[in-house]
Design a protein around this ligand. Structure first.
Ligand SMILES: [Zn+2]
Length: 83
């Protein structure tokens, strides 16, 4: 077992900018947000921090892919802790 506590979905990785095409030149900032999972009586809120990639070249902000991954991960984590 690794002692590293970094969440794997928050690790930096190489990616290219959808606007200007620059590769791996981003500043990553974290935005706290709440994601509602489910609906009706069984709905619950999961708090999470989303990594936002800010392109250093053109300034484009990107969250979509990461947001999906973090949302999914946060929901799994929440469900695990409830057991
Ligand atoms: Zn860019």
């Amino acid at each position: 077992m690794s002692k590293q506590s970094n969440e794997p979905w928050l690790r930096e990785y190489k990616r290219s900018c959808a606007d200007c095409g620059v590769i791996d030149d981003f500043t990553i900032t974290n935005e706290k947000t709440t994601f509602t999972y489910g609906s009706g009586d069984s709905a619950y809120d999961v708090e999470m921090v989303l990594p936002v990639h800010n392109c250093n070249n053109c300034g484009r902000q990107s969250t979509t892919k990461d947001a999906w991954a973090v949302e999914t991960a946060a929901v799994y984590k929440y469900m695990k802790e409830r057991k």
